[in-house]
Ligand binder design. Structure first.
Ligand SMILES: Nc1ncnc2c1ncn2[C@@H]1O[C@H](COP(=O)(O)OP(=O)(O)OP(=O)(O)O)[C@@H](O)[C@H]1O
Ligand SMILES: [Mg+2]
Length: 254
């Protein structure tokens, strides 16, 4: 069990979040959702150890060091001309010497193949599209094999196919490695589909995480996002949330 307990968090001298505490199981993927500016990135940065405030993370009671936490920030701009393969290998830079053993290179190549990136393994990062760069950065974090993975809007630049495959890979990683993944997302339907539990960040605080059905309701969505949600079910039974501008509800839905 992972336990995360934090003090009040601020950014640029202004209070953002009140103190919080929540637990995650091994193998769990938890979504963090909330409107713009609510504090999702502030929360993930603090858990990653990148803020002035100290947020202790424990796994089964033992302190989890920063090296065991992977973080993909929301804003990424890649200026490095490193190849895709080298960029992925960098995920383990602390554990690798100057000469990377062939079995580790083979492992990185296998991961690139699994993620559909083998064809661009030799391309420089600067010569990739934004979505391709984001997929390589996700691959790099997966290659790092952290116990706790913090992904801040990892699908923001991805097409529909790659949104599904990236979230599926992250969930599979959590299950297979006994790790936990916390993923900030704006798409509530994707969050409901892929996350075991969801935590809403809004109005200066974090709610307690719970299952998508319990957390994503008209009572939570309307006041926090200022939209009226329409709830549908897709063919596999997962929840689909269609947002409508408040006051523009179709008469048939009343
Ligand atoms: N570098 C910064 N300096 C000062 N204030 C900041 C900084 N970054 C964010 N903030 C402020 O902190 C608050 C929380 O921002 P944060 O980036 O955590 O929101 P978010 O929920 O991730 O939003 P978004 O959905 O837009 O990514 C906002 O009021 C924002 O304006
Ligand atoms: Mg953010």
């Amino acid at each position: 069990m992972f336990q995360i307990t934090g003090p009040a968090l601020s950014r640029g001298g202004a209070a953002v979040l009140s103190p919080f505490a929540f637990a995650l199981s091994r193998g769990e993927m938890m979504g963090v959702v909330g409107p713009n500016g609510a504090g999702k990135s502030t929360l993930l940065r603090a858990i990653a150890g990148l803020s002035a405030e100290h947020v202790p993370v424990t796994l089964d009671g033992a302190r989890l060091g920063r090296a065991a936490i992977g973080h993909l920030p929301q804003a990424f701009s890649v200026h490095s001309a490193l190849s895709v393969l080298d960029c992925v290998l960098l995920g383990r830079r602390e554990r690798l010497g100057l000469r990377v053993p062939p079995d580790i290179i083979a492992e990185a190549e296998a991961l690139l193949a699994q993620l559909g990136l083998a064809r661009i393994a030799d391309r420089p990062m600067t010569a990739l599209s934004g979505g391709q760069q984001q997929r390589v950065l996700i691959a790099q974090r997966l290659f790092r094999q952290p116990a706790l993975m913090l992904m801040d809007e990892p699908t923001s630049a991805l097409d529909l196919h790659h949104q599904l495959s990236a979230l599926s890979e992250l969930r599979t990683y959590a299950r297979a490695a006994g790790a936990a993944v916390i993923v900030a997302l704006h798409d509530l339907t994707l969050a409901a589909r892929f996350c075991d539990r969801i935590l809403i960040v809004a109005h200066g605080g974090c709610a307690q995480p719970d299952s998508p059905d319990k957390v994503l309701t008209r009572q939570t969505i309307e006041p926090n996002w200022t939209v009226e949600p329409e709830f549908l079910r897709c063919r596999d039974g997962a929840m689909v949330i269609v947002p409508h501008s408040l006051g523009q509800r179709h008469p048939a839905a009343k």
